[in-house]
Ligand binder design. Structure first.
Ligand SMILES: [Zn+2]
Length: 384
């Protein structure tokens, strides 16, 4: 069997791809993952599944869904026609990651999918046209903003919101939500949620992608981003990407297959305003190249993740630690040696600004001293 993501947009399609592949990997649906091929191309993915037992997939889908939804509770709410309360049965990472309306929409989509029996073969190349999806006045479910990001540019036409509704089938909503639940990095910045989603162009087999899906590396990265935001670090999207990638545990980072990775970083205010507050697709390759060179290739500097974690401590941020991360990220694009010198000089001046009299500052100052040596400058310059 060969299936395609629908072609809604980069984000939704990537989430749907992760939703499908996550079920396959997390629920161990297949014996041999090397026969499954995933081809990303311009924000759409084709998945070749030569040996898939559809019945087994459906059983495992239902088992998976039990972990993120209280199905009995959902059934009762549906029977009682309490549409707006449906989101209450959603568990899992996604629960806190989206607003109540999206949560209810996800619960409804999963309910529809299970009661109609899931059929992966709906994802034909012309799925979007066949199911009258998009802004075409179809009667389907709404593709919620946290799963699409696409309403951002229509924010000024809020009175037309209903007319512009982007409608999709339950499978699109459900798999996008599962993809978010399993693979997105979700952090908090006051009432906003900041999401980071990895996507790729190129061809890879599922056995190569499986470690990236199976390991729970997201929580490590989420903790770091949360701490950065809590400490009011002002990081550019590139700076966030740099912090994210450098803190993926080494064993997972090294196993990431060789495809052309990109990141979608976007944020959504789940508070009262309910709007997209940022949306940026970024090419990960320059960042991946720089970080790999700094950490893994001699002359190397293995303390990079620890250094970045120290730079987002509150006392560091107050004295410009966040700016150093932004500069390092910029250096991944623009390998000007001047930038490397500037990074080292700013680190030096950050240490000077940290007081030896105040306990918190002294602690960070000492840690920076212990983390810094000539190898950082060597590693940075060898990446020019
Ligand atoms: Zn669909």
């Amino acid at each position: 069997m060969r299936i395609w993501t629908p072609g809604h947009n980069y984000l939704t399609d990537t989430l749907i791809m992760w939703g499908i592949t996550s079920i396959l990997v997390v629920r161990e649906v297949l014996k041999d993952y090397s026969s499954v091929k995933i081809i990303g191309s311009g924000g759409r993915y084709c998945i070749e599944l030569p040996d898939l037992d559809l019945n087994k997939f459906n059983t495992e889908f239902c088992e998976y869904v039990r972990d993120i939804i209280d199905l009995e509770g959902l059934e009762q709410l549906i029977k009682a026609r309490r549409r707006r309360a449906l989101g209450g049965v959603v568990r899992g990472t996604i629960r806190d990651a989206v607003d109540p309306d999206t949560r209810s929409g996800v619960a409804k989509a999963i309910y529809n999918l299970i009661s109609q029996k899931i059929d992966l073969s709906v994802f034909t190349e012309d799925h979007k046209i066949k199911f009258r999806e998009g802004r075409v006045g179809g009667k389907g479910l709404t593709l919620y903003i946290p799963l699409s990001g696409i309403y951002g540019k229509f924010a000024t036409f809020e009175h037309e919101y209903k007319d512009l509704r982007y409608s999709v089938c339950p499978a699109c909503v459900a798999f996008a939500a599962i993809g978010m639940n399993e693979m997105a990095i979700i952090s908090r910045r006051r009432t906003e949620r900041v999401y980071v989603v990895f996507g790729f162009d190129g061809e890879v087999t599922l056995d190569k992608l499986a470690p990236f899906i199976r390991e729970d590396w997201q929580t490590v990265v989420e903790d770091i981003l949360n701490r950065a935001f809590r400490n009011d670090a002002s990081l550019t999207a590139l700076g966030q990407a740099f912090l994210v990638f450098s803190n993926i545990p080494e064993e997972v980072r090294k196993k990431m297959p060789n495809v052309l990775w990109y990141l979608i970083i976007y944020s959504y205010d789940v508070g009262r305003t309910k709007r997209i507050t940022g949306f940026k697709p970024l090419d990960l390759m320059p960042i991946k190249d720089l970080i790999t060179k700094i950490i893994d290739i001699e002359p190397n500097y293995r303390y990079l993740p620890g250094l970045l974690r120290t730079l987002i401590e509150r006392v560091s941020v107050e004295k410009g630690g966040d700016e150093i991360i932004n500069l390092m990220a910029e250096y991944s694009i623009n390998r000007d040696p001047y930038l490397a010198y500037k990074i080292v000089r700013l680190l030096r001046s950050l240490i000077d600004k940290l007081s030896e009299q105040k306990a918190a500052e002294k602690r960070v100052r000492q840690r920076l001293f212990s983390l810094l040596d000539l190898s950082l400058a060597e590693a940075l310059l060898s990446a020019v």
